[in-house]
Design a protein around this ligand. Structure first.
Ligand code: CMC
Length: 433
């Protein structure tokens, strides 16, 4: 048991084929109850079945708490609303990875390390040159992160891990910005140590050698907020992927690279790009948003309201609530009047009153408004998920580190219920139909 707050007191009973099995019950620090089935197969021969892992606890974790019914999200016990208002991304990253808010000296050292490790090896520039200009930046990001393992090998877990964590946090924004510059055919802009994390990222994306450029404060602050809101979300698809790959004791870079690929999918982090593409489609179709609500309700159409619904949140996504307010503020401050924001608000208003969405508890998620803010900041649509990855990185690292440091952690290896053919003899080719 790795968590001091977890108690293993009660037992539960399972009746299977007239035989009773006693199973231990685990209670977490927020009163969440889990039935420990690790010995069930040994005792009864049965496994549990849970397609999509919707009701399976894969680990004990002390990093992030979510109560989806109440719309609660906390990193290491701190409410997301407070962190969004009072903290910054570098501090939140430290909190997630090391478990406590840094003191002044710790924060200064962390910030120093993140700036002074932000250059990437010059040889890596050759890799960028090999990609076609049409390459999606998520593909480039994942390949580059995996290739970091060639430059910074892990000789043993304890020897290099802290340094590699800092390197990865520091370099991901450089890699992300370079992948953007590559896609638009502009020269790479190197990191600047005098800028904070978000401003440096934006400077590397938008500065050009021919003119001086300073990142507007409102844009850097908006990005910092987005990164905080994305920083962790317990055992979601990409984080579980990071843990899954890391459970084989694959190195940090390989594990995070796999997480980036998982995040790319349109049902996960790729949804922010899909939301904007959907809103643009609605706008080009005469802004008839009600037609698209009807399409989302019609299963035959295969159309989903992107940015709506969540596996865990069943009342509201607290991140979406913060972002809805932020979208208004950022667009106002930048003097941007985006018709897509009005379409998004209209869609939300109609959907929230519609029985289809009410019955299924479908609410806007974090991706619904984030794309509109990214657009106002001048970030191109195919970079949205890259920004999500940048934000999620400290969460992935924290979860990977927690798993590697858990005594007795085992390789992830789910079971299955086999439903294929039973044993049959091989048929030679001349006898096959
Ligand atoms: N539009 C229309 N119907 C939907 C939607 C949607 N966006 N989402 C779910 N439903 C319906 C679904 O068809 C199902 O209906 P029924 O019970 O009649 O079969 C019901 O709601 C339950 O949905 P589900 O697919 O079983 O839910 P899930 O927990 O497996 O999937 C989800 C969650 C987020 C993948 C899904 O809601 C979805 O595809 N949403 C759109 C993509 C999206 O916005 N993804 C970003 C998630 S938040 C950011 C992140 O962490 O990645």
């Amino acid at each position: 048991m790795s968590n001091d707050h977890m108690t293993l007191t009660e037992t539960s009973k399972l009746l299977l084929h007239d035989k009773e099995y006693e199973l231990p019950t685990i209670t977490g620090s927020e009163g969440e109850v889990g039935i420990d089935i690790t010995q069930l197969r040994n005792k009864s021969g049965a496994i549990t079945f849970d397609s999509g892992y919707g009701n399976t606890g894969s680990c004990e974790s002390a990093i992030t708490f979510i109560d989806g019914e109440k719309g609660i999200l906390r990193y290491r016990g701190y409410p997301i609303e407070e962190l969004a208002e009072k903290s910054n991304f570098v501090e939140v990253s430290f909190l997630l990875i090391f478990g406590h808010l840094p003191n002044k000296a710790e924060l200064e050292k962390f910030h120093f390390d993140l700036t002074h490790h932000s250059l990437i090896h010059e040889d890596m520039k050759k890799f960028f040159e090999g990609f076609p200009p049409t390459a999606h930046p998520m593909g480039i990001l994942s390949a580059m992160v995996s290739s970091l393992s060639a430059f910074y090998p892990e000789a043993g877990y304890n020897a290099d891990i802290k340094l590699n964590i800092v390197r990865l946090l520091a370099k991901l924004k450089t890699i992300a910005a370079f992948s953007y510059k590559k896609s638009i055919g502009q020269p790479y802009v190197y990191p600047r140590n005098d800028l904070n994390y978000a401003a440096d990222m934006l400077h590397m994306m938008f500065a050009v050698p021919s003119e001086s450029y300073e990142v507007p404060n409102v844009v850097a602050e908006a990005l910092d907020l987005l990164l905080i809101l994305h920083a962790d979300h317990e055992q979601n698809c990409s984080t579980s992927t990071v843990r899954m790959v890391g459970s084989s004791e694959a190195n940090l870079f390989a594990s995070i690279s796999a997480g980036i690929c998982a995040l790319w999918g349109p049902l996960h982090g790729g949804a922010n790009q899909q939301v904007i593409e959907m809103l643009e489609k609605i706008k080009n179709d005469g802004s008839d948003y009600k037609k698209y609500i009807n399409m989302a309700k019609d299963k035959e159409s295969k159309f989903k309201l992107m940015g709506f619904g969540h596996r865990v949140y069943k009342n509201f996504d607290p991140r979406a609530q913060i972002l809805k307010k932020s979208a208004d503020k950022v667009l106002n401050q930048l003097g941007v009047n985006d018709p897509l924001l009005d379409i998004a608000k209209n869609l939300e208003e109609v959907a929230l009153k519609d029985p289809f969405f009410i019955e299924r508890k479908l609410y806007p998620n974090v991706d619904f408004y984030s794309g509109i803010i990214y657009r106002a900041m001048g970030i191109p649509t195919n970079m949205f998920t890259v920004m999500f990855a940048l934000g999620r990185l400290p969460g992935w690292i924290a979860q990977w580190k927690e798993m590697r440091e858990t005594p007795g952690a085992r390789i992830y290896r789910p079971r299955q219920i086999y439903v294929g053919e039973t044993k049959r003899p091989y048929v030679s080719i001349d006898k096959r139909k």
